[in-house]
Design a protein around this ligand. Structure first.
Ligand code: FAD
Length: 363
């Protein structure tokens, strides 16, 4: 969020300093699953996700880097009859918000997606979603921001942030930095800095569990997921043209905010694999060559914090993206730059205001 906002602020001619505790893209944005998925999101988030999708479409041109964005589609399978009504209703609403989804019946699923097992009762297909390489995308934005005149300071932790007179002052091991506006966009760590401005929020860190198989012939084009209300059935996978199948889902693991790491829990692997072969039976022949996790911030209502502070002028927030911020990142950067530059945004983000928690506490 920070790198994309820095990039779009430079597009608007604003001066920017990005302070990063470790290296840009070392945390959630660089280690995630890589899903550029809109379907299944909170409906009120679709205008933002659509704006982001438009930027994904020209990301190479904007940043000057190939981030391996492949708009190969995204399909969600439903295992249970009750879920068919859920995906149909979602598709009806999503269409009105600019996202066309195709509902596919049981008989057509195997024809359209020959890699699938025969267990799904229906599917929902989003032809213009896809995936990208998270290792490449965030550094690409930071490099492009630097190219266009932003200052990016890595290994520079913000120890405290205060408003002193008209300016914000960030204290770091590399000295004091000041600016008339501040954006808190430090992911799972956003809660502490926001609380210092009297805007404490219910954010819990968690570590989604990821893995990757050895390469196999390229046979799964779309990103594949599941529409379910059962947490242990949540699984998602994508194959890259090189052949490896990347997957994630089922439970989350514990994280350390202090160290900035989350571990993969080996106990999660067997349940994940059971769900994987339910989706794509041929995966039972592949070896898993690596597992990992990352540090993500989850809000109690599963929606991020985005927008202006309700208490301090010149202060903005974009953090707590609840496991779904990779797709949104470019759009969040564009919207936050617009908000900081003009005072308002053409994309609705009021559902994500930090005031929703502060007001609830003060009532
Ligand atoms: C394993 C995993 C899989 C995921 N899969 C997907 C997916 O497939 N699709 C999707 O849309 N989303 C996915 N997500 C979610 C997505 O990655 C995040 O929502 C998104 O990357 C959050 O971006 P961010 O900039 O808010 O946070 P981050 O990328 O975590 O960036 C925050 C940065 O702030 C820095 N920082 C922290 N504290 C300080 C400080 N005091 N001073 C200076 N810097 C600080 C950190 O070092 C970090 O680099 C996944 C997340 C994880 C962890």
């Amino acid at each position: 969020m920070g790198a994309a906002t820095a990039f779009f602020l430079r597009q608007r001619g604003r001066s920017v300093i990005l302070l990063e505790r470790f290296l840009v893209g070392q945390q959630a944005s660089g280690v995630n699953f890589g899903n550029v998925r809109r379907q299944g999101r909170f409906l009120g988030q679709l205008p933002l996700a659509n704006r982001s999708r438009r930027i994904w479409g020209k990301i190479a041109e904007l940043t000057g880097s190939d981030v391996e964005f492949l708009p190969v589609g995204h399909v969600r399978f439903a295992w249970h009859k009750e879920q068919v009504g859920v995906i149909e209703e979602y598709a009806r609403h999503a269409r009105q918000l600019g996202l066309d989804l195709e509902i596919i019946g049981r008989n057509s699923l195997r024809e359209r997606f020959p890699f699938a097992g025969g267990l799904a009762v229906a599917g929902s297909y989003s032809p213009n979603d896809g995936h990208a390489n998270p290792r490449l995308a965030t550094p690409a934005f930071a490099r492009a921001a630097t190219r266009d005149g932003a200052t990016v300071v890595e290994n520079c932790e913000v120890l405290s942030l205060e408003k002193v007179g008209d300016d914000f002052q960030a204290e770091t091991p590399q000295g004091l930095f000041s600016a008339p506006c501040a954006l808190i966009s430090n992911g799972a760590w956003g809660g502490r800095l926001a609380a210092a401005f009297g805007e404490a929020v219910p954010i819990t860190p968690g570590g989604p569990q990821m893995g990757v198989t050895e390469p196999a012939p390229y046979f799964i084009r779309p990103v594949v997921g599941v529409s379910t209300s059962i947490p242990d059935e949540v699984i998602y996978l994508r194959q890259i043209p090189r052949g490896n199948v990347i997957f994630g889902g089922v439970r989350r693991g514990p994280v350390s905010l202090e160290v900035g790491r989350s571990k993969f829990d080996p106990a999660n692997l067997a349940p994940q694999f059971l769900q994987l072969v339910r989706l794509v039976p041929a995966l039972r022949h592949l070896r898993i060559i690596r597992t990992w996790s990352g540090v993500e911030g989850y809000m109690s209502d599963d929606l991020p914090i985005m927008g202006a502070s309700g208490k301090v002028s010149g202060l903005y927030y974009a953090f707590g993206f609840c496991g779904a911020g990779f797709q949104l990142g470019p759009g969040v950067g564009d919207v936050m730059a617009e908000l900081i530059d003009t005072g308002s945004t053409t994309t609705p983000i009021s559902d994500f205001t930090i005031a929703r928690f502060v007001q609830a506490r003060e009532q």
